[in-house]
Design a protein around this ligand. Structure first.
Ligand code: GUN
Ligand code: ZN
Length: 442
């Protein structure tokens, strides 16, 4: 007789998850909080998420318990460049000079599959250590960079997106493809990776200045003919870039229109940054069901601008909004740090980002922006068992400060003010423990 296999996983811990949008309804009615909670997992999915007292732990389930903790859905990093992990902290330049000084020289190294694999391993370990279970990453122009990225994501069982960067002008010759070659290589990568396990492909023109109109059109054709794929690009990140786009595309009425004319504005289209937009562009994004990705640490680090979260989420015609680290212009993998900076950006605009709003953005809000909110971003039966466990006693200051917190809201506020990667005690993907802080070198 063979030894009995555990029938599943049970985790007893305080739980926090969102069931609705706290920017549109009373936050107290949107949050699902259990001070003594239980999640049950079978076959990579949640079968129960609720009070411990009402759950039934199967006799042969493996049981994990966390105290002084908060178990949440895994965070989503909807805009990141894994290949830029080795250039984090490149200082002193605005966007276009920063790209030329730090990014383009580094991205030239990704023709080497072994190098790609090494960086991909480092990148995913950092994301998991930060509590991120769904990254959506730019790779580089090299197909090998995409293979290495998805191989590692598949090995870890992640729900992850990514794509080969398309560039056919205004970058070093070694990083250029052509409209045709970019199309052909992307098509092959879609066939290899899109829908494989939990992976999804994003057609990835880097941004309008590095693609000719012919390449943007080819990207639009590929996006239209490939069922369920995504599109990701940058939009209006810096004023210098907006000015350049105006000169390169004089017939377009604004920056977004450059992409629109190529068929690159619609649902499953992700626009990073979106800092310098006209009212027309915001309205068009809303009407198209496209998403913008707020990248606070990057926008502050490069001095690009202050994201208009209030406009993005405005009642009546909101734009789907996700959160991104934008590594390597971003300076932290930790969504707690990213949200702390989002809070400060809102404050500089005279607004307040509530802790419920912030945690929603990093979980269910980003899942909605990706049209994946039926699978990830919540703790509910049927959802993927992707979650992270925050340590409310990660350090002395946090533990002692939280003794004075007498509401959930205050606890979350303090977590955002003081939290970082060290607050992630454990991360699970499809019910499998993939990171544990106390036995990891991350
Ligand atoms: N715009 C075009 N490429 C990039 C990039 O790699 N990072 C950022 N932050 N903005 C970009
Ligand atoms: Zn970016």
């Amino acid at each position: 007789m063979t030894a009995a296999q555990p029938v599943g996983l049970a985790i007893r811990a305080p739980l926090l998850s969102y069931e609705a949008n706290p920017f549109e309804a009373d936050p107290a009615a949107c949050v699902h909080h259990e001070s003594d909670g239980l999640v049950l997992v079978a076959d990579g999915r949640l079968t129960y998420a609720g009070p411990f007292a009402s759950g039934r732990v199967p006799v042969d389930a493996e049981l994990h318990e966390y105290h002084d903790a908060l178990l949440m859905p895994g965070f989503i990093d909807a805009h990141v460049h894994y290949a830029q992990t080795p250039v984090i902290g490149g200082c002193g330049k605005p966007l276009l000079e920063w790209l030329e000084t730090y990014v383009f020289p580094m991205e030239q190294r990704y023709g080497d599959l072994e190098f790609c694999r090494k960086v991909a391993r480092l990148f995913f370990a950092q994301e998991l250590a930060a509590g991120v279970t769904t990254p959506v990453s730019y790779c580089t122009v090299h197909p090998a960079s995409v293979d290495a990225y998805f191989e590692e994501a598949a090995r870890l069982g992640l729900c992850a997106g990514g794509g080969k960067v398309l560039m056919d002008r205004n970058a070093p010759a070694m990083l250029l493809d052509t409209a045709q070659r970019g199309y052909d290589e992307s098509k092959r990568l879609i066939a290899r990776w899109h829908g494989h396990d939990r992976l999804f492909y994003a057609v990835t023109p880097r941004f309008a200045p590095t693609s000719t109109p012919a390449q943007l059109e080819a990207a639009g054709a590929l996006f239209a003919e490939s069922d369920g794929v995504y599109m990701q690009t940058h939009l209006a990140e810096s004023l210098g870039e907006v000015d350049w786009v105006r000169k390169l595309f004089p017939d377009s009425r604004d920056y977004l229109d450059v992409y629109d004319r190529a068929g690159l504005v619609g649902s499953r289209c992700l626009f990073g940054h979106a800092l310098h937009l006209s009212p027309r562009e915001w309205d068009r994004l809303s009407q198209a069901g496209a998403a913008v990705v707020h990248c606070p640490t990057s926008n502050l680090f490069l001095g690009s601008g202050l994201f208009d979260l209030r406009r993005a989420l405005i009642a009546g015609n909101p734009v789907r909004t996700a959160l991104g680290s934008d590594i390597g212009a971003g300076t932290s993998f930790s969504p707690l740090v990213t949200l702390n900076e989002a809070y400060k950006i809102a404050a500089l605009r005279g607004e307040t980002l509530s802790a419920h709003g912030a945690f929603y953005l990093a979980t269910l809000g980003s899942a909605r922006a990706l049209y994946l909110d039926h699978r990830i971003g919540r703790l509910a039966p049927g959802y993927s068992a992707d979650f992270t466990v925050l340590d409310l006693a990660a350090n002395t200051l946090l533990r002692e400060r939280l003794r004075f917190a007498d509401s959930l809201e205050e606890t979350l506020d303090v977590l955002l003010a003081l939290g970082d990667q060290n607050c992630i005690r454990a991360t699970y993907v499809a019910g499998r423990l993939v990171h544990h802080r106390d036995n990891s070198g991350s």
